[in-house]
Design a protein around this ligand. Structure first.
Ligand code: AMP
Length: 280
């Protein structure tokens, strides 16, 4: 099935209004394109919850800092649309930036809570305001009932869930487990940046997180474990932004025995920044 492609908010509203009028629930899958199995898992999970799925493809300039990879972010719209069709998506919203940010655009969603805990927000200060602004717009524009997000971007999942709740947007944000390559590397559009040699070394992130989770589960002090993990990654050729263990819901530092925990890491390999996380 080839999904219909729409490029304007007016067309998007027209199509989704017809579904609503017919009583058909809709799931939305926001993406930046360069799609892989992780994205398609979100589409499939969306289809299991709603009879209509809209995927969005938009490389959102507002979430990139000037020195980041906006200009070289991988793009393959024709390939993406074919994959989305094969996965069963009904509609693809792929707007130009001018449609989303017309002249005079002046509004940004302002965040606290899980967006200001010193993880991604410390390395990328403008990132979550950009993400929350585009995601709020996509939620409003699609009027979707469900929104599918990957646990791969765990802090983003928590930020978006909080934002939808706080702004009373009537959408259920659903988190989907991370899809991995056979050797454990979390699938990511940015993995395409890795050289063959870096690609081999990249597997250390997941391996290190798994070892650390085991140790913390055995009762070793989280701080000692995460420091050792960061040192191991540094020895493996990474430049580490953070390895941290946090409350799995608030992303605040662990404070009580028995609370659910999440281990999160971000590290550079050459010019590529990789992130990953797992439950403890
Ligand atoms: P992106 O295109 O990188 O902005 O990602 C779009 C959505 O796909 C986000 O909700 C991501 O968390 C999700 N995603 C990206 N990679 C994976 C993965 N390996 N497994 C599951 N979801 C993913």
């Amino acid at each position: 099935m080839t999904p219909q492609i729409v490029r304007t908010i007016a067309e998007l509203r027209k199509e989704t209004a017809q579904w609503r009028a017919a009583g058909l629930a809709q799931a939305v899958v926001p993406t930046m394109g360069a799609l892989h199995e992780g994205h398609l898992a979100l589409v499939r999970e969306g289809l299991s919850r709603a009879p209509r799925v809209t995927a969005t493809i938009f490389v959102n300039p507002k979430q990139f800092a000037p020195h980041e990879d906006l200009g070289r972010y991988p793009r393959d719209e024709a390939g993406d649309v074919a994959k989305l069709g094969a996965a069963g998506a009904h509609l693809v919203f792929a707007p130009p930036p001018s449609q989303i940010y017309p002249p005079g655009f002046a509004t940004t969603v302002s965040l606290a809570g899980p967006a200001t805990v010193g993880l991604e927000d410390r390395s990328r200060p403008q990132f979550f305001a950009g993400v929350a602004t585009i995601v709020a717009k996509l939620f409003i524009e699609t009027g979707a009932d469900f929104a599918m997000f990957g646990e791969k971007d765990y802090q983003q999942l928590k930020v978006v869930t909080r934002m939808a709740r706080d702004l009373d947007i009537a959408i259920e944000v659903v988190g989907i487990p991370t899809i991995r390559e056979p050797d454990g590397l979390a699938m990511s559009s940015r993995n395409a940046y890795l050289s063959a040699e870096e690609r081999q070394r990249a597997t250390a992130i997941y391996r290190t997180l798994r070892e650390a989770a085991k140790k913390i589960g055995r009762g070793e002090p989280p701080k000692t474990v995460t420091e050792a993990s960061a040192a191991a990654l540094t020895a493996g050729g990474f430049r580490v932004d953070y390895v941290a263990v946090r409350n799995a819901e608030t992303l605040a530092g662990p404070s009580q025995v028995g609370e659910p925990l999440r281990l999160l890491a971000a590290a550079w390999l050459g010019k590529t920044r990789l992130i990953d996380n797992i439950a403890v």
